[in-house]
Design a protein around this ligand. Structure first.
Ligand SMILES: C[S@@+](CC[C@H](N)C(=O)[O-])C[C@H]1O[C@@H](n2cnc3c(N)ncnc32)[C@H](O)[C@@H]1O
Length: 254
C-alpha cells in the first residue's frame, strides 16, 4: 500500500485526471509492478523491443511521440534518447518516478495532455447530460517522425466506463473513445506503432473466460507480434483468480 500512496501523492496531472481515477490507476500499476516484477518482465521487455525494432523507420529530423508514457516501465528510454530530433512523452499523469527516470536523458521531454479530449467535458457535466466524445482524438500528431500508442488503447475508456462495460451507454462510450484513438493513429503521414492488450483471460476454478478488451474490428489486420502479460496471478485480486492479457504490436503505416 505504501508504494500506491507514494505514487498517488507525488504524481502531477491535468485537471480532472484525479477525479477520473487516472492517478489512482497509475498508483495501482506501480503497486502491482512492485509485487509481480518477474511475472511482468516478459511483457515489459517485449514492448520495449517491439519499439526499438521499429526505430529505424523514424524520420531522423522529426521527434517521436509516445502516447501513454505512465511510469515508463515499458519504454526504452535509453534507446529513444539517442534520437537527436527529440522524444515527447505524453500522458495526463506524470509520476515522480517518470521525472526521475528521465533525468539525464536530454532529448526526452514530457507533455501533459488528455488524449481523448473528453476528460473535462465528461467530469464537469451534469449527471444525465447527453455528451459525446470527440470523433477523432484531438491532439496534434502532425509534426512527428513516429507516434507510438503504448499499452493505452484498452485503458482510454476506463475514465468513463467499466471494463468490460456494464450497459449500453458504457458500451457505446468505450467503442467511440477507442475508435477516435484509432482514427487519429491511422490518419498519420508518419509510421505509427500500436501496442495494446486485446483480450483478458480470467481463469478461476479450472475454467477460463476470454474477454475482449478492444473490438477486433478496430485493428486493420493481425498483429505483427503477440505476447502475454501475466498481470495478476492468483491472490492478487482475489484467491483463485488469475488474469493474463493477450497483447499485440502493430505497425500501422510506413
Ligand atoms: C497502462 S498505462 C500504460 C503503461 C505505461 N506505458 C507504463 O509503463 O506505465 C496507461 C496510461 O494511459 C494514461 N491515460 C489514460 N487515459 C488517458 C487520457 N485520457 N489522456 C492521457 N493519458 C491517459 C494513464 O495515465 C496511464 O499512464
Amino acid at each position: 500500500m505504501l508504494i500506491e500512496t507514494l505514487v498517488w501523492a507525488t504524481s502531477t496531472c491535468i485537471p480532472a485526471a484525479r477525479k477520473a481515477g487516472l492517478v489512482s490507476e497509475v498508483a495501482a500499476i506501480a503497486g502491482r509492478h512492485k509485487r509481480h516484477k518477474s511475472l511482468w518482465g516478459h511483457h515489459l521487455t517485449h514492448t520495449k523491443s517491439f519499439i526499438e525494432k521499429h526505430l529505424s523507420l523514424v524520420d531522423p529530423n522529426k521527434p517521436i511521440l509516445i502516447l501513454g508514457s505512465g511510469l515508463c516501465l515499458d519504454i526504452p528510454l535509453s534507446a529513444l534518447n539517442k534520437h537527436a530530433a527529440g522524444v515527447v512523452l505524453m500522458d495526463a499523469v506524470q509520476p515522480l518516478a517518470t521525472r526521475i527516470a528521465c533525468i539525464g536523458f536530454a532529448n526526452i521531454q514530457f507533455c501533459y495532455a488528455d488524449i481523448t479530449g473528453f476528460l473535462r467535458p465528461f467530469w464537469n457535466s451534469k449527471e444525465g447530460a447527453k455528451i459525446t466524445p470527440p470523433p477523432i482524438a484531438p491532439i496534434n500528431l502532425n509534426h512527428y517522425g513516429m507516434v507510438i500508442s503504448c499499452n493505452l488503447l484498452s485503458q482510454l475508456p476506463l475514465s468513463f466506463a467499466h471494463s468490460p462495460p456494464t450497459d449500453e451507454t458504457e458500451r457505446r462510450l468505450t467503442a467511440s473513445i477507442q475508435l477516435a484513438h484509432m482514427k487519429a493513429l491511422t490518419s498519420l503521414s508518419c509510421p505509427a506503432l500500436l501496442i495494446t492488450d486485446y483480450e483478458r483471460l480470467e481463469s478461476e476454478a479450472g475454467s477460463t473466460n476470454n474477454i475482449p478488451t478492444i473490438s477486433p474490428r478496430l485493428v486493420p489486420r493481425e498483429p505483427e507480434e503477440t505476447w502475454q502479460w501475466h498481470i495478476a496471478p492468483k491472490g492478487d485480486i482475489r484467491p483463485g483468480l488469475d488474469i493474463k492479457l493477450n497483447v499485440g504490436g502493430w505497425l500501422l503505416s510506413s
